[in-house]
Design a protein around this ligand. Structure first.
Ligand code: HEM
Ligand SMILES: CC(C)=CCC/C(C)=C/CC/C(C)=C/COP(=O)(O)OP(=O)(O)O
Length: 312
């Protein structure tokens, strides 16, 4: 789980392809793009497969662009944090100005091309998402408030709405619901990681909740968001994008998400430290399985319904 590349030894400004690729945060963005793709396919309007494919590609490019802008701005704190120290910019493989240029160009290309390939509502939401992650979250919230990832999480929640807009040209209750699923999922996802990466954030002076309010409060907040997410996620089964396949998956996935959060909350801090945050790491990994599986279930449900088999 690292963005580091293997090109040790190149000097600033002489990065290799792998270094520029790493600037796009490909691993994180793969799941982001998947949620966007599901947004395209669960929408009630069929899109030409070529338009769908090209649009998803440009959403991916926009996500990558926002990652490069984030790595440009954050290279000072990325140098301090162990997890990020060997990213291309802090490692001296790519000059900060290059990351900025790449981010700006890819933003421009992705938004323009998405507008031309699908529609300008989708392109507008993509532009706003890039702005929200790169400027609102990275440049402002991240270094200012422990609510950084709660508010900033909106950036990661927009992609399914972009996908939905690619198909329908607009926004609807269902696409807002998809937004809410990712939005409410983000705090447990990130704070689980913050519990075992707290030293990094403390050293870099980033006011994550674990740093400002401590791990006990963070554990409680993870549980609260998991509990708030569950009825939304299960409730989605009873909307036009739901049905029995999704409901079955949502019941199992959310039960495990809430139960895991409950256990994290009641975990003794000394015990957690003694076993090097095994449960916290497992919960972070499960957060990824949770989101991926929930969106897989939505996709499967849509295929089932579109094949004429009915939602229930
Ligand atoms: C503000 C919102 C979010 C924050 C602050 C956040 C934070 C993080 C951090 C710090 C990591 C570790 C990354 C690394 O070491 O490179 C991570 C990993 C990951 N995140 Fe998030 N995340 C957010 C939203 C999302 C969203 C919306 C998605 C997908 C829909 C996502 C998917 C992933 C994936 C797939 C990984 C694992 C990457 C790997 O294996 O290297 N994250 N997240
Ligand atoms: C289509 C589009 C524009 C999508 C953007 C989606 C998006 C905002 C994803 C954010 C996920 C992410 C990498 C957060 C990392 O936070 P961080 O920057 O604090 O983490 P770091 O310490 O690993 O850099």
């Amino acid at each position: 789980m690292t963005d580091a590349t293997q090109n040790i030894g190149t000097t600033s400004g002489e990065g290799q392809f792998g270094d520029y690729w790493a600037l796009l945060k490909p691993r994180v963005m793969s799941l982001v793009v998947f949620t966007a793709a599901v947004g395209v396919f669960v929408a009630p309007v069929s899109v030409h497969p070529f338009v769908a494919m090209v649009s998803i590609l440009f959403i991916a490019l926009g996500g990558g662009a926002s990652g490069a802008l984030n790595m440009w701005y954050d290279h000072d704190i990325d140098t301090i944090m162990k997890r990020t120290a060997n990213r291309p910019v802090p490692a001296g493989k790519v000059a900060p100005g290059e990351a900025l240029t790449l981010g700006l160009w890819l933003s421009f290309i992705s938004v323009t091309m998405l507008g031309l390939a699908s529609n300008w509502v989708a392109a507008g939401i993509l532009a706003f998402t890039i702005f929200f992650y790169a400027v609102v979250y990275t440049m402002w919230l991240k270094r200012w408030t422990p609510q950084n990832i709660v508010i900033g999480g909106a950036a990661g929640a927009f992609p399914p709405m972009i996908g939905w807009a690619v198909a329908t040209g607009g926004v609807s209750v269902e696409s807002v619901l998809l937004f809410c699923l990712v939005f409410m999922w983000t705090p447990p996802h990130f704070w689980a990681l913050a519990l075992f990466m707290n030293n990094d954030y403390t050293n870099a002076g980033v006011p994550m909740l674990t740093v400002t309010h401590g791990k006990r409060e963070t554990r409680k907040q993870i549980f609260i968001y998991a509990v708030l997410l569950a009825p939304l996620a299960i409730g989605a089964a009873f909307t036009s994008i739901g049905g029995w396949i999704y409901l079955t998956a949502a019941l199992v996935l959310n039960a495990k998400f809430v139960w895991g959060a409950w256990k994290l909350w009641h975990r003794d801090e000394a015990a957690a430290e003694a076993d090097i945050y095994k449960d916290e790491k497992a919960y972070f990994r499960y957060s990824l399985v949770y989101l991926f599986s929930s969106f897989c279930a939505l996709l499967l449900q849509a295929v089932w319904v579109k094949a004429g088999m009915g939602a229930w």
